[in-house]
Design a protein around this ligand. Sequence first.
Ligand SMILES: [Zn+2]
Length: 94
Amino acid sequence: MIMYKAEMKGIPVITTTEAYNSRTYHICNCGGERETQGMFLCPHRGQYNAELNCVINIGKKVERRLGYMPFHGAEVGQPLAVPSGAEAPSVRAG
Ligand SMILES: [Zn+2]
């Protein structure tokens, strides 16, 4: 569904595996752990929203693959990133 809509808008679609995106912390790249289903625990910086951490890791993977972060052409309803040191939004995936 999203591939079809993206192609209609001329937005490139990149697929990646969902595995291993939730094992490292997107800020310091350490191997933290998923304390609970929704909470990632970095031994250096503490707790962070696990789903948001995972999505940011996927974004970084795409950026490495393309050589840039494709912001133009996509519409989002939520911020793409949380500034370093800021608290993660209290969002839990259902
Ligand atoms: Zn860390």
